[in-house]
Design a protein around this ligand. Structure first.
Ligand SMILES: [Zn+2]
Length: 649
């Protein structure tokens, strides 16, 4: 909220200094900034006081006092009263909920602002990997599925960021990788009411992957806070209802705020408070539902005690939509009286990393375990690292076990050794590697080439298939170079960035990306007019006569008839308004075609661009040796010459 005080976010810096004291704000340069800020803030203090009070009315500790020393002292006092907080947790007033609701809120419209708060968020996430999540958007009549205007994320302490996505992606900018990282990390739970739907909206509107979403309504039912026999499903399970019944906190859901303009140049303090509240209440609900302690900053725990239990409790609930409560049962396995004992929670795809099976392990190792949803990950390693040798013993390439075995089974290979598995071919191969450092000769490790994670990796096509599939046959062989392994989070993030490059290529080459509906089929305005006119005539008796005539004329024109029969009217009302776009060409083909006009070397530019893009945005730290953006290019030019007529596949 403080950020609203001034455009240069003086409030944010100031308040932080004595609320959270993030270490990166304590450099001497920063101190100067703050000193200057304090001076300028004092200048506007008188005028801003009313405003200040307004936006901080939920706060119980006054922020008006610019007494740095006292504030720090107070904060330190809080730190030592951990036991006190633990006991308060079970009392009836839930003061820690007020604490969460009174925490700082920061509005973020630029990447730099995110970069400033991100280290602090990371620090809190290490202790408690959970985020209250919510989205707001502007509903425009007639516009289906409007994109998200703001994304609210509240950490365990209540600190909330309000991310203005249209501003953050203005001018084709990409969202910060650290933000995408947090969202794609299934080990960080994203809790809210309807958060699965929010995740879908973010994916469709921005290509952002959100993993680890858990709908609080499931938890409320599972923990028996909501008895669905008593309360009607609709009212009983809204965030507002849960907040009131479980936290005894009245959530303001007034229409004028809910439906306000979330894309306004400056959000009002009420909008900011409203938006933040939903995310903060979600975190508070989560803690309360799972009976987790609220610990003040600086407590002795690295990871919140009881986190294993949390994962167990959320097992099977991550990344699934809330299906309502009209099911036979939502009861737990134990102590559910009556015949409805069957567990009816959505099943998760278990990838073998289920936290349930790992209770004995160090809980800190558990915290980032995804709950096993989403991608189907590879169960066997991608690289078996078997070797093929030429008849004279020269190493040719590495290959998988199946392929090596095939040469043996066919009787055209001879087993040289078992470990490593080496097969010597008994015929002269069609080609031999140029040098001893050929890419295909190097042993590849089964790990994420970006972050080095060794579990749950999947293949990543560095040059997306929609382009690669049109490449000429000469450029198609040996393309395992452009298939790398990524973990699921890195994979999701890299897809996000790929969409941006695709978008760029689409603009550069006039090759729109779209599903069949949007691109292959075009909406015909005349047919549309005829259809809506006919529907109006059929459904509205009270149309003025002049209007009726007008609409009838449109239909007469369309059928080229002087009268309109009831059958014609019916036909017009059901008219297909989309017509086939004859110029439709898939995006990938169009782009490849444009590049290939310049010959082999030009098409290689496209390949190079995708490879370089991968390096730039993902900065992989574990690339196989000899992986290169111009892989095979010189070799191909030598073999086929520059003027090879490129024939697209
Ligand atoms: Zn990774």
């Amino acid at each position: 909220m403080d950020v609203l005080l001034g455009k240069d976010h003086v409030g944010l810096r100031l308040c932080w200094l004595y609320h959270y004291k993030p270490p990166y704000l304590v450099s001497s340069k920063q101190q100067t900034t703050v000193a200057v800020t304090v001076a300028s803030l004092l200048g506007i203090a008188a005028g801003g006081l009313i405003f200040w009070k307004l936006i901080r009315r939920q706060k119980h500790k006054s922020c008006v006092a610019l007494n740095l020393g006292r504030a720090v002292q107070e904060r330190e006092k809080e730190d030592t009263s951990e036991e006190n907080f633990l006991s308060l947790h079970s009392s009836s007033t839930i003061p820690w909920v007020e604490k969460i609701l009174g925490a700082e809120v920061v509005v973020i419209s630029e990447a730099e602002q995110w970069n400033e708060v991100e280290p602090f968020i990371q620090k809190v996430l290490v202790r408690c990997p959970v985020l209250g999540i919510d989205c707001e958007w502007v509903s425009v009549k007639g516009k289906k599925d409007p994109p998200v205007s703001i994304l609210q994320l509240a950490v365990y302490s209540g600190f909330c960021t309000i991310l203005r996505l249209p501003q953050l992606t203005r001018g084709g900018q990409v969202l910060p990788k650290t933000l995408l990282d947090i969202l794609a990390d299934g080990g960080i739970l994203k809790v809210g009411v309807g958060c699965w739907e929010d995740a879908c909206k973010l994916l469709h509107g921005y290509g952002v992957t959100v993993k680890g979403s858990v709908d609080l309504r499931y938890l409320a039912i599972r923990q028996k806070y909501v008895s669905f026999q008593e309360s009607p499903p609709q009212n009983g399970l809204s965030l507002k209802a849960l907040s009131e019944s479980i936290l005894r906190y009245q959530l303001d859901k007034s229409f004028h705020l809910r439906c306000s303009n979330w894309e306004e140049e400056e959000l009002t303090p009420e909008q900011v408070a409203y938006a933040a509240r939903d995310a903060q209440v979600s975190v508070a609900l989560f803690l309360h539902l799972l009976n987790l302690p609220f610990l003040p900053a600086g407590s002795k725990y690295a990871l919140l005690p009881g986190w294993e239990k949390v994962l167990k409790m959320c097992q099977g609930l991550a990344d699934v939509p809330f299906k309502g409560i009209n099911r036979s049962s939502f009861g737990d396995d134990e102590n559910t009286g009556g015949p409805e004992k069957k567990r009816n929670f959505p099943k998760s795809v278990n990838d073998g990393h289920s936290p349930v099976n790992q209770q004995s392990k160090d809980p800190r190792k558990l915290k980032r375990k995804p709950l096993g949803i989403g991608y189907s990950v590879r169960k066997s390693p991608l690289y078996d690292n078997c070797f093929l040798h030429a008849p004279d013993g020269q190493p040719l390439c590495t290959c998988d076990r199946k392929k090596a075995q095939w040469y043996l089974d066919k009787g055209i290979g001879e087993l040289v050794s078992m470990d490593p598995f080496i097969v010597k071919l008994q015929f002269e191969p069609s080609g031999r590697p140029e040098s001893k450092v050929d890419y295909y000769l190097s042993v590849k490790e089964n790990l994420c080439v970006v972050c080095g994670k060794r579990e749950s990796y999947i293949r990543k096509n560095i040059v997306p298939h929609e382009y690669r599939k049109h490449f000429p046959i000469q450029m198609k062989d040996h393309n395992s170079h452009d298939v790398l392994l990524l973990c699921t989070s890195c994979h999701a993030i890299s897809n996000y960035y790929d969409n941006h490059l695709k978008q760029q290529l689409a603009e550069e080459f006039g090759a729109p990306i779209g599903c069949e509906e949007g691109v292959r089929l075009l909406e015909d305005p005349i047919r549309r007019q005829v259809r809506s006119g006919a529907r109006a005539l059929l459904n509205a008796d009270s149309l003025p006569n002049a209007r009726k005539e007008e609409l009838l004329q449109v239909i007469k024109d369309y059928f080229d008839s002087v009268t309109v029969s009831p059958e014609m009217l019916q036909e017009a009302a059901g008219l297909e308004t989309r017509i086939c776009n004859e110029n439709y060409m898939p995006h990938g083909l169009k782009v490849v075609q444009c590049f290939s006009r310049g010959g082999l070397r030009s098409l290689m530019q496209l390949e190079r661009r995708w490879r370089q893009h991968f390096l730039d945005v993902m900065q992989p730290r574990y690339l196989p040796m000899q992986w290169s953006v111009s892989h095979n290019h010189e070799k191909l030019i030598q073999k086929y010459g520059e003027d090879l007529q490129v024939e697209l596949s």
